[in-house]
Structures are given as C-alpha cells and as structure tokens.
Ligand binder design. Structure first.
Ligand code: CP
Length: 315
C-alpha cells in the first residue's frame, strides 16, 4: 500500500480487517518495522480519536511522530495554483508539503470539506496537493469526501460483533442544527458496499448522498421501515449533497431512540463520535449494551496500525 486515501487503495479488504484484528491481539509484534521512521500528522481540523489512535498506532510500530495543527502551529497554507498570495495564507502547499516530506517518511492529513463549493470539495484539493508535492506516502485522516480509517475501524467492529454471515446494516441520517460534511457517510457506503451485507441507507428526502458512494445500497426515506430486522444501525448526520452544504431539516423524529432500536433484530448502535446526546441519539441507547461506540473508537487504533503497517512495508 503506497497511499491510503480511499477504498481504491485497498487490495484485499478481508486481509486488512484481519491485520487490524491481529494488531489488536499483539500490538507490538511489528515494532521493528517503524524503527527510525517518522510520520507527520497534519491537522487542518480538530480531532480526538484520529489524533490519538494514529499516534498510538505509529508508536506501537516503533515510529516517531510529529504533529502539527495548520494555521495554529504553522503558517496558513494556500492550496490553489497560480494565485496571487496577497491574502491571509503565508505559505503555498507546494513548498510546505515538499518540506514536510523531507522530515517525514509518511504524511497523514486531516482536512474537512468547506461545504461552500461542492466541485472544489469533491476534487479533494488538499489531499491531492499533498500527494502531488510531499514525495512520500499520504494517509487520509478524514478529507472533504472520505474518512477511510474510520470506515476500516467500522468494518473491524462489524466483523467482531456480527451474528450472521450476511448482516443487515443500516446507515441512518440523524438531525443536527449545523451543516456537517458527507465524508463519514460517503466512506461508510463505499466500504460496506464491498462487504457481504444487506445495506440500507435511510434519510429524509433531499439528503441523498452522491450516487458514486451510494452504489447498490437500497435507499429508504422511511427510517422505521429501514430499521426492521437490522443487525447494525450506523447513525450519522450529513448536510445536503444536492443543495450543497445546506441544512434542509432538523426533524427530531429522526433521532435514534430505544423504541426504534426495538424494531431491529437486537441490533447494535454505531456512531463514529463525537455525538451530541439526546439530539441525535438518546442517552438510553448510548448507555445500553446495544451501543458499540466505545468499541468502535477503540478499533481506530487497530485500523490505523493495519494501514500504517501496509504503508511501512511499501517504503
Ligand atoms: N471519529 C473521528 O474521526 O473522531 P475525531 O474527529 O475526534 O478524530
């Protein structure tokens, strides 16, 4: 694996899930692999899980870690080519990525969607500029359209908790008052579409995700109908793709409650976190044995470790 930007960079999903499970069983088995190697973790946005789990995974593999918050620890970075840099961005990504690539053997980047310009967000400008100029492998720590390390952790979690070979998995939109990116939902669709599952995506009208991510998933605008018999309920808010970045509704009836979980087949509740309690999902669900959110977050370490191992082996 030379880069990890999207599902397309994975050659064998089942093997990668197994790598994650192996790392969980024996975290320090590959300590020598990262000896004298450095990873740079570059954050344009806030993070708890991604930041700590990726650092921990790198350390489990014997790597050195350098972390930087762009615009706080460093100069603001210009991404577009050929611009007159007379604004607030003091450095161009051409130099910045190239310099970071001289200090680091692997560069991992988090840069969310701006949610103003769909075409620009879906061009993945930040990831692609780092890929173009860093000269070393790039790992996606959540980009404008995808969050593949989260999706791998989700696949590991589903593998651990599924009770049938072909589970029913439901991705449900949840209410929120401000616009959030589609990245987690897009990525979850992209990855689950490559697993053996009955996959349903449910959301209010106007919240359809980009067709290239929805793929063969069944789409339902009826959340109760979608939940029936489900093994896994994956909750996430996203803003509209069609009316790009807009909040079209905050309908509280889409919040996940215990009554809705009773429609499932003793289904498990999943969310990537952070989650706003009693707005997206009730305390009762989150604090119940049906919630997997902590197990899911814990698996972020093993998903990062499986990917880092693959990238280190390619150096
Ligand atoms: N799920 C996730 O990516 O969490 P953070 O934003 O805290 O990293």
């Amino acid at each position: 694996m030379t880069n990890f930007l999207a599902y397309d960079d994975v050659t064998d999903l089942n093997a990668l899930i197994q790598e994650g499970l192996n790392a969980k069983q024996n975290p320090f088995a590959d300590q020598a692999l990262g000896h004298n190697k450095t990873i740079g973790l570059i954050f344009f946005n806030s993070s708890l899980r991604t930041r700590m789990s990726t650092q921990k995974a790198a350390q489990n593999l014997g790597m050195n870690v350098i972390m930087m918050n762009v615009g706080q620890d460093s100069w603001g970075l210009e991404m577009e080519e050929g611009t007159v840099m007379n604004g607030d961005k003091a450095e161009h990504v051409k130099e910045a990525a190239a310099v970071v690539g001289k200090y680091c053997d692997i560069v991992a980047v988090r840069a969310f969607a701006g949610l103003k310009d769909r075409e620009q967000d879906y061009r993945e400008v930040v990831m692609n500029q780092f890929k173009k100029y860093a000269g070393v492998p790039i790992i996606n720590l959540e980009s404008a359209t995808r969050h593949p390390l989260q999706s791998l952790a989700d696949c590991i979690t589903i593998e651990e908790f599924k009770v049938r070979k072909r589970p029913k998995i439901v991705l449900t939109w949840l209410p929120h008052f401000k616009p959030l990116p589609q990245a987690v939902a897009n990525s979850f669709c992209e990855w689950i579409n490559h697993t053996d599952a009955e996959f349903v995506v449910t959301h209010p009208e106007g919240y359809d995700l980009a067709p290239e991510f929805v793929g063969n998933a069944r789409v339902s605008y009826n959340q109760n109908e979608a939940f029936e018999g489900a093994d896994f309920i994956y909750g996430k808010n996203w803003s509209s793709y069609q009316h790009y970045g807009q909040v079209l509704t905050q309908d509280p009836s889409w919040m996940v409650t215990m009554d809705k979980m009773r429609l499932t087949d003793n289904g498990k509740f999943m969310h990537c976190l952070p989650v706003r309690r009693n707005m997206k999902v009730t305390d009762e669900v989150l604090d119940s044995p049906q919630s997997l959110v902590i197990e899911q977050a814990a698996n972020r370490e093993w998903s990062a470790q499986a990917v880092l191992k693959g990238v280190l082996q390619s150096l």
